[in-house]
Ligand binder design. Structure first.
Ligand SMILES: [Zn+2]
Length: 452
């Protein structure tokens, strides 16, 4: 990641590497990933927090108590400090609102040296209305995403693509700052930027390398030093380059998914993929993998975005046994998230995932357990999905779906046992009931200081 030229006040999101799994042409991946990959020992895939979890103290630490969350306060993990982006609640100021009607301005741009390929309208149609539908479905109607493209043709930038110096991992300064300023200048006569919550810039797909070689798409969110247009800083801007084409012929159906990912940053969500790809959260969240078959967001992200009602989240902050039914995320209503906090910053999330709604790639439906740590930065694995079958090759043959975690969910009869920071956690999946909900029994207990 190249953040050296920026202050930490710039919440800058980069997708610095392609997260594409190309079993038939793996050399493409290897050739581009080699610059950033650090070889590390594979973590042992056992149920429980990842090795990155904080060292256990002697006593169970205090739980958070943000009064705005009422009875859920112990589960509203506070944001980690000094991070670019955090899983903590609530999302800080400067990001776009993620519930209610959200107005997106979408512009299609090209350059004097890279003229638009195809029409701008067609470029727009690669992403809309699919992106709006994805958000509607994922948010259970709580996010009404309204995209407007007031300029129907390619918006020609005054300078060459080359002159902006855009590469994978480019920081906001100076190239993107100039590009955003130029966009504001050129679109200015026809656009009132103050009427929008976020901006999408769909770059002509022939600018820059194919996405399979290097993903340039990027979002700069919450950047208060961004150029100002119509009195507002253009702080929440998602740029989309190229096409996420894996050669499987599904581009027209799945290629839009880079935009919900980038907009996720505008709404304050960190990246869940790491330098090692989707090994932390697999295909269970679009912030982890956004190529290929459809996926949803983890329940924690839905809560963070304001898409779950208070009655849809259960907080298990005290020792004892809790029995609940979890409604799969792909359906509306019901309990969506049970959270077991072990500190102010970390805990276990429990949710049900099936092959429904935006979740198209689920091959082993069941109850997913994941470890959330708000002190882990974006791109370093702030959420780690627990694998119920460590060491298995998974159950998917879909391209671009992390195979090892594809069968991570726990099915009826299976039990997760883990714990951290003096708290033990057991999640037993008892049955899938006649409504299709998963019944779980969660036991929270003092585990004597160590990690279970
Ligand atoms: Zn990202």
């Amino acid at each position: 990641m190249k953040h050296s030229s920026e202050t930490t006040r710039h919440r800058t999101r980069h997708r610095t590497r392609p997260r594409i799994r190309r079993p038939r042409r793996g050399s493409v991946f290897a050739a581009t990933a080699v610059l950033t990959v650090t070889v590390a020992a594979a973590p042992v895939a056992v149920p429980g927090p990842p090795p990155a979890a904080p060292a256990p103290p002697v006593r169970a630490p205090a739980l958070p108590a943000n009064p705005a969350y009422g009875a859920l306060a112990p589960c509203a993990l506070i944001p980690g400090e000094g991070l670019q982006m955090t899983e903590g609640l609530p999302t800080g100021p400067g990001y776009a609102p993620s519930a209610g009607t959200v107005k997106a301005l979408t512009l299609m741009i090209d350059f004097p040296d890279i003229k638009g390929r195809g029409t701008a309208r067609k470029r727009y149609a690669e992403f809309f209305p699919q992106t709006s539908r994805w958000f509607k479905r994922s948010s259970y109607g709580r996010l009404k995403y309204r995209s407007t493209a007031p300029i129907k043709h390619w918006l020609r930038m005054p300078h060459s693509f080359r002159s902006y110096g855009i590469k994978r991992g480019s920081p906001f300064e100076p190239g993107y700052r100039r590009l955003v300023a130029d966009i504001a200048k050129v679109a200015g006569p026809k656009v009132d930027f103050s009427r929008y919550d976020l901006v999408n810039v769909l770059v002509t797909p022939n600018a820059g390398p194919p996405a399979a070689r290097a993903v340039l798409s990027v979002t700069y969110s919450g950047n208060q030093r961004a150029p100002v247009a119509d009195g507002v800083p253009l702080a929440n801007v998602s740029f989309v380059y190229s096409r996420q084409d894996d050669g499987s012929g599904t581009l027209s159906k799945t290629g839009y998914r880079v935009l919900p990912h980038e907009n996720g940053h505008v709404f304050g969500l960190p990246d869940l993929y790491t330098r090692r790809g989707g090994e932390s959260a697999g295909h269970w969240d679009i912030m982890s993998e956004d190529w290929g078959a459809g996926n949803d967001l983890l329940a924690w992200h839905k809560w963070k975005l304001g898409w779950l009602g208070a009655g849809q989240v259960d907080c298990v902050a005290r020792p004892g046994i809790t029995r609940r039914a979890l409604r799969p995320l792909g359906r509306a209503g019901g309990t969506k998230l049970i959270f077991v906090p072990v500190s102010k910053y970390a805990g276990y999330a429990v949710e049900a995932r099936t092959n429904e709604g935006n979740d198209e790639a689920v091959c082993k439906p069941g109850v997913l357990v994941s470890w959330v740590d708000t002190q882990v930065d974006s791109g370093r694995g702030p959420i780690t999905v627990v694998d119920s079958t460590p060491g298995s090759g998974g159950c998917t043959d879909e391209r671009n779906v992390h195979p090892g975690l594809s069968d991570a969910a726990f099915t009826p009869g299976e039990t997760f046992t883990g714990g951290a920071l003096g708290t033990g956690v057991r999640v037993r999946v008892t049955e899938r009931d006649s409504r299709g909900d998963y019944r779980v029994e969660i036991t929270r207990y003092a585990s004597g200081g160590g990690r279970g």
